[in-house]
Write a protein that binds this ligand. Structure first.
Ligand code: SAM
Length: 280
């Protein structure tokens, strides 16, 4: 057994029932290309390969990639020894789809590219941001995450978990928390609980905004100090954000009461506020 490297987030899934539950949740089809991030000792890899058209396993640790190469007898597995954060994802996706026996079709249906990962927790947020930037090239993602991060991503407005990460991910995806997983399912055991989250990439973003970068910068500013009202956070950000309209006037135009806090605003309300503040 290979010794786990803590700094690479190596908590291997050893509970086969949980592994099976994840595979059932993904429910791969023979026409799907699956990209698994951090294949480790292959707890999910072989089962995924059996049920999909092609599987690409990305693993940063050459020892594990070599070992997986030795046990992966199936012809439909490609192992890529690389850092998932610095890969050329466009090339990787083209390559994965080209290996499907079926001719690549539109993003929906035939030739779907799907992500599955028991993510190393230290890269979960940057890797999700990277995957979201690929838009509809990805059909969906089934991710094991730290429970607290899964809760924040899937949170609805009104609770303390709802924040920038919820708004950013839900703008691109429908997020569903599927089930929780205790530390005892892994070796070595992590210190935190985990949860499996499904992100289904939307056909169109949840709301229409004319500049995504500026929109997300505004959302971040609204959450800058969670205990402050939306009015005070916006006033503090006015100079750096270069608003086109007075903050109080814009709040009224967007029908958002100035005493509310950012954590109570829906995506649609953030979009209205953005329009009112940033469009002349
Ligand atoms: N999928 C396996 C499982 O379920 O048991 C392993 C999961 S373990 C939590 C995370 C895996 O991601 C480890 O094998 C680790 O080496 C790998 N990893 C860590 N950082 C990575 C990165 N930047 N790119 C690709 N793989 C990475």
């Amino acid at each position: 057994m290979i010794k786990a490297k803590k700094k690479l987030g190596q908590n291997f899934l050893t509970d086969r029932q949980v592994a099976r539950r994840i595979i059932d949740a993904v429910s791969p089809e023979g026409t799907d290309a699956i990209i698994e991030i951090g294949s480790g000792t292959g707890a999910l890899t072989h089962m995924l390969a059996q049920r999909s058209g092609h599987l690409v396993a990305i693993e940063i640790d050459a020892r594990l990639a070599r070992e997986l190469g030795g046990t992966a007898k199936a012809e439909n597995i490609t192992i890529v020894t690389a850092d998932a954060l610095s890969l050329n994802w466009d090339e990787l996706i083209d390559d994965a789809r080209s290996k499907l026996n079926a001719a690549p079709g539109p993003d929906e249906g035939l030739g779907r590219v799907r992500i599955v990962a028991n993510l190393p927790y230290y890269i979960s947020t940057p890797i999700i941001e990277k995957l979201l930037s690929l838009g509809r090239r990805i059909f969906d993602m089934t991710l094991m995450l730290q429970k607290e991060v899964a809760d924040r991503i899937a949170a609805e407005p009104g609770g303390k978990e709802y924040g920038y990460l919820s708004v950013m991910v839900q703008y691109y995806c429908v997020a569903t928390k599927l089930f929780e997983v205790p530390p005892s399912a892994f070796t070595p055991e992590p210190k935190v609980n985990s949860a499996v989250l499904r992100l289904r990439v939307r056909e169109q973003p949840a709301v229409k905004v004319w500049d995504e970068r500026k929109f997300f910068s505004l959302v971040r500013a609204c959450f800058a100090q969670r205990r402050k009202t939306i009015l005070n956070n916006l006033k503090a950000a006015a100079a750096s954000q270069g608003f086109k309209t007075d903050v109080e006037v814009a709040l009224e135009a967007a029908s958002v009461a100035p005493q509310r806090r950012a954590e109570t605003l829906s995506l649609a309300e953030f979009a209205c506020l953005f329009e009112a503040l940033c469009v002349v």
